[in-house]
Every structure is written in C-alpha cells, then in structure tokens.
Write a protein that binds this ligand. Sequence first.
Ligand code: NAD
Length: 269
Amino acid sequence: MKYALLDRGDKLSEQLAGRFHQLAADKGFVHDSESPEMVISIGGDGTLLHAFHTFLHRIQEVAFIGVHTGHLGFYADWQANELDELVELMATASPKRILYPLAQIEVETSEGSISYLALNEFTLKGVDGTLVAQINVNDEMFEMFRGDGIVISTPTGSTAYNKSVGGAIIHPSIPSLQIAEIASINNRVYRTLGSSVILPQHHHCDIISRKEQRLVLNIDHLNIQRDDIQAIRCSVSSSQICFARYRPFPFWNRVREAFLGYDLTEGER
Ligand code: NAD
C-alpha cells in the first residue's frame, strides 16, 4: 500500500507520525507523497482540511484517514493510542469507502475564471465593510444581500462555520449546499430571507458582486483577497472525497459527542 502522511507540526503529532511510519514499514507499506492511495492526517480537522487541499489533484484516487491528537474530530476519528490497531487493520482488512459531497466554486474575475473545491465551506465577506451581493438561484434573482457575509457549506461542513451562524446540520448522504447568512441587514429598505437555504445537487447559485468592493473568500482554511470578483457560481461538485473506514463512525454520533458532550459505550460506536 502506498501512503502519504501529513501532521499538524506539533510535538505529539510529529511523534505519532514517526510511530506510524515505523508500523507501516513493518507491514511493507510504501511512503509515497507523489502518488499515494491512502492519505493519513494526524492532528485535527484543520489538518485534514490541509491534507484534502494538498492531495486535491488526486481526489479520485486517494482515500483519507484522520487521526486526532486532541478531542474527537469530525474528520479525524482515530485516537493517538490506536495507531497499532489502525495499521493492523490497514494491512489485513478492506475498508468501507465512504464518499462525501464537495462544493464547487467558480470565481469569475476580470482576468478569467478560477475554480475551487471546498470540503467544509466557502465564505464571502467584504474587506472594507458591508458585503453587497445579489444572490441568484438557478439563474433567477433570489435576493439582494447586505451584511457581513455568506457561508456556503457542504453537508460535512454544516457542523463547522455554518452551524455557528445558525445553519442546519445536514447528513452527508444528502448531496447539497447550504447558503447561510452572516449578520444580514434587514429593515424596511433591505431584505433577505434570514433563514438558511439548502440547494439540492442539481441546483446552483450565483453570487454577483453589486459594487466595486474588495472581497475576501475563504475556502476551508484558505484565504483569498481580490478586488476584481464579478460573480461566483456555487454547486455540488461531481467529485467527492473518499474516507477509508475500518470501523463505523456514524455522523449523528459525532454530532452528539461534539456538541452535546456525551459519549456512547464503546460497543455502540
Ligand atoms: P481553526 O483551527 O480555527 O478550527 C476551527 C474549529 O473548527 C476547530 O475546532 C475544528 O475542529 C472545527 N472544525 C473544522 N471542520 C469542522 C467540521 N466539518 N465540523 C465541525 N467542526 C469542524 O481553523 P482550521 O483548523 O483552519 O479550520 C478551518 C475551519 O474553521 C473552516 O472550514 C471553518 O468551518 C471553521 N471556522 C469556523 C468559524 C466559526 O465557527 N465562527 C469561523 C471561522 C472558521
């Protein structure tokens, strides 16, 4: 098996990375950062976002595994003390391949169009103040947004920034995008829907910049600032991310454990 490994860069993650390489070598796995079949991320959800963007060019060929060094993550489900078990399973068992939807973002600028994929979300904000943007759904005007920003999240990203701005949590088996507002201005003059909106796979939305404004786009942890964005098209990507699962990691258990703070017995995980 050919694998690549990314760690968060802190002492514990580096130690675990060293241990993983040792265990993997004993099983005859080959460390290959150019053309891996498995990508191991050691750290937290942020490390997995980095790993996703690092291996985006091989998204059809790789499967991801997340090891967390802090508390349980949404993408990182293996604990630091479970590396031996993980490597043993990688050597002997066939994993279930779990596919999660991604967001496709096409940014139209005065210099042409740039395409991105997001695992969690894409956010758009004004740099110098209020963002003013027209939102079209399926090529028809939906609303004129004025406010701090817009979050467009994937189902697995629905538990991240989207949740903080009041969006709903979407199960990742529903290929969709969620549009959520960040502090929209609503009064007799300006009006937006207020609640978040969920678009199915076959719909798309366009965010059209309605004034000369410097905008900041965040695609997961990446930050891009431009003053020449004309429009942004968001849709559910035809690509998906694949996670290699050697044991169940039910989404609703993750939600419960992360936000409600209680764990089930080992047997039920
Ligand atoms: P970070 O280190 O600030 O991490 C933010 C937190 O988000 C971490 O606790 C991480 O575990 C959690 N997180 C990441 N993905 C998640 C997911 N899918 N579901 C639930 N929690 C998740 O920043 P980072 O590590 O670079 O991660 C970038 C992410 O941070 C962005 O994709 C965005 O979702 C999130 N973020 C959240 C807010 C907010 O909630 N107000 C603001 C900015 C960014």
